[in-house]
Design a protein around this ligand. Structure first.
Ligand SMILES: Nc1ncnc2c1ncn2[C@@H]1O[C@H](COP(=O)(O)OP(=O)(O)OP(=O)(O)O)[C@@H](O)[C@H]1O
Ligand SMILES: [Mg+2]
Length: 234
């Protein structure tokens, strides 16, 4: 499994306490090749975001294995896991998650500064230029449009050159045209840098742009022929 970008073996995860405890991921096994784009689809509440966070090392499974870029995440303590995430995994959220008191440039430089890199600001500037925001370096998030904020978030996710990029409904808060430009950007990154992309989306047109679609249903990978057929025609 060393050759896979992401490999999950029989992953189970429950979250919440007491009556609010929910068994979310139920025996998920899944492998994603290096450089592959996977569209993760399924009904609301089926566990897509939770699965993405588990792949990104932001949630630890109760049982089962998560292997990312050849590393078994269960073998890492919290500090090592945070360092691993910072270097190898880029994460893009639906609601951008930028630091409001930092400029675009400072937001993008942050992961590099945390990793102790000396050229953080030069690289952050180059990355913002690459996403078309060279003229917005010193703007704060509140001074940027939604699409611009998402481009800053993408620049921040990719500035460490991660092998894996995960995105949770990255176009969910954007109008159609702006969403399309974000999609183009994500696929260009995959193509140009050979990154592995896992994309959660409710948009089947977008999921179909991926090399493969994975459908979740009630916390399990839906392998039914109907799911395949639905993926093909829906
Ligand atoms: N921290 C938590 N504690 C308890 N239950 C949770 C927690 N996080 C998620 N859940 C529950 O787990 C289920 C899966 O949630 P998840 O966010 O992964 O779904 P999703 O497929 O991403 O849905 P959507 O398409 O609406 O974003 C939901 O029923 C949700 O209520
Ligand atoms: Mg979700």
């Amino acid at each position: 499994m060393k050759d896979k970008a992401i490999a999950l073996h029989d992953v189970d995860l429950s979250l919440g306490r007491g009556a609010a405890r929910v068994h979310i991921l139920k025996g998920i096994s899944l492998a994603v090749d290096r450089g592959e784009a996977v569209g993760l689809v399924g009904p609301s509440g089926s566990g897509k975001s939770t699965l993405l966070m588990t792949m990104a090392g932001l949630e630890r499974p109760d049982s089962g294995k998560v292997i990312v870029d050849g590393t078994d995440l269960s073998g890492l303590d919290e500090d090592a896991l945070a360092r691993f995430r910072g270097r190898r995994i880029g994460i893009v959220f639906q609601s951008f998650h930028l630091v409001p008191t930092m400029t675009a440039l400072e937001n993008v430089a942050l992961p590099l500064e945390l990793a102790g890199e000396d050229d953080a600001f030069e690289r952050a500037e180059a990355e913002l230029q690459a996403v078309g925001l060279g003229s917005r370096l010193h703007h704060y998030p509140a001074q940027l449009s939604g699409g611009e904020q998402q481009r800053v978030a993408i620049a921040r996710a990719i500035v460490p050159n991660p092998a894996i990029l995960v995105a949770d409904e990255p176009t969910g808060n954007l109008d159609e045209n702006t969403g399309q430009s974000i999609v183009d950007l994500l696929f260009a990154l995959k193509r140009d840098r050979g990154a592995t992309l896992v994309l959660v989306t409710h948009d089947l047109n977008l999921a179909r742009l991926c090399d493969r679609m994975v459908r979740l249903r009630s916390g399990q990978v839906d392998l039914s022929p109907e799911a395949d057929a639905a993926s093909a025609v829906a």
